[in-house]
Ligand binder design. Sequence first.
Ligand code: DLL
Length: 434
Amino acid sequence: MQRKEMESLQLDRLRSTVKNVYENVPFYRKKFEELGIKSEDIKSLEDLTKLPFTIKKNLRDHYPFGLFAVSQEEVVRIHGSSGTSGKPTIVGYTAEDIEMWAEVVARSIVAAGGKKEDIFHNAYGYGLFTGGIGLHYGAEVLGATVVPMSGGNTERQITLIEDFKPRGICGTPSYMLNIAEKMKEKGIDPRQSSMEYGIFGAEPWSEEMRKRLEQTFHLKAVDIYGLSEIIGPGVSVECYEAQNGLHVQEDHFYIEVINPKTLEPVAEGEEGELVFTSLTKRALPIIRYRTGDISSITREKCTCGRTLTRMSRVKGRTDDMLIIRGVNVFPTEVERVLLQVENLVPHYQIHLIRKDAMDIAELHVEIDNNLYEKINGDLSDSQVTQLKLEIQSSLKSSCLVSMDIVFNSPKTIPRSEGKAIRVIDSRDKNVIGV
Ligand code: DLL
């Protein structure tokens, strides 16, 4: 679609969404009234900036169904995302919402290289998490043969991959590494597996991680993005052809990028926090949802021919950004550096601790068997220290951050079966009793 045509479609849909939330969601009606906004005030897409933001806390405060715009009778499905504070954030779908979602996921699979005749192995978790069932429905709408494996049970995953020979696979990047490792342990070469494309997302991952996954499995690794508050997976996806930015499904989701401090929109190409407004959702329409995810957008046409706005790979969430002695850093930036170091395996965790009233970041990284044997053999302590210093200095030069490097023995960092935990913050614990 040409941009003008898309914008006119978006405006129509935005206006009916605004009218819908005003009439059916007391939370939005109250907010609009406080700001003196009527749904007729939305005459152009730019007018969207007059509307208030929605944040995760609003969903939590109205837990479980308080922001729904339809009666529960019309809701056919509930999903949720686990939060840090106990209760999940709950989202709901009408039958039309499920249909729209399946369509955007089907489009995403096609963009990623999927075809109707594929066997499609789904290693995202099934359940309240949107990953498993979201990809499942999309793959079915496409007409592919879905293997609803879910996350975990890695031995079984491998057997099914070996036996069914899927052309496509999906899962979190960290879980894919786990699968590859187990394959190698069993004497199976992941490069010989049947997969030609992988649809990876649900957690931040770096370009170096992409290279690693592509080499390990000999496939094309494509990034898929989404969040339950907006729909689930399928909000945006890279294309197989260019793998250069994620195409936002703008006929259903309106994207903005704001400066998280001033809340003002940033210029095209500039990094900021992603904000989405749903344009067609019925059960849980959402206005200007602040995702906390850091990215930037471009409206340049992609070489694949799609005219959709593209977002850059998500660097991380504002909550996951570490501030180490005044320097901001995302775990994905650390990952980029680590994956370039020989003898390190791509499993790592950043531990934040407090020592003598100082915040210290320790980068726990796993070494391979080779280095492990050397350390226990002929490598002197000073040679090991030297190695660590080299990693420390590449981190310093590329992320400006200083971290203590801790080598972990092979297979000691917990393996992920879904979203990997990259940061362990035990600073508060250290404070107790001081
Ligand atoms: O993770 C939906 C999903 C499932 C996306 C499967 C892709 C594949 P939530 O559990 O609500 O939903 O978590 C959403 O995960 O705000 C981001 O912080 C992060 N995230 C999702 N996809 C990506 C990605 C699903 N491709 C939160 N890159 C989002 C980086 C991602 N972060």
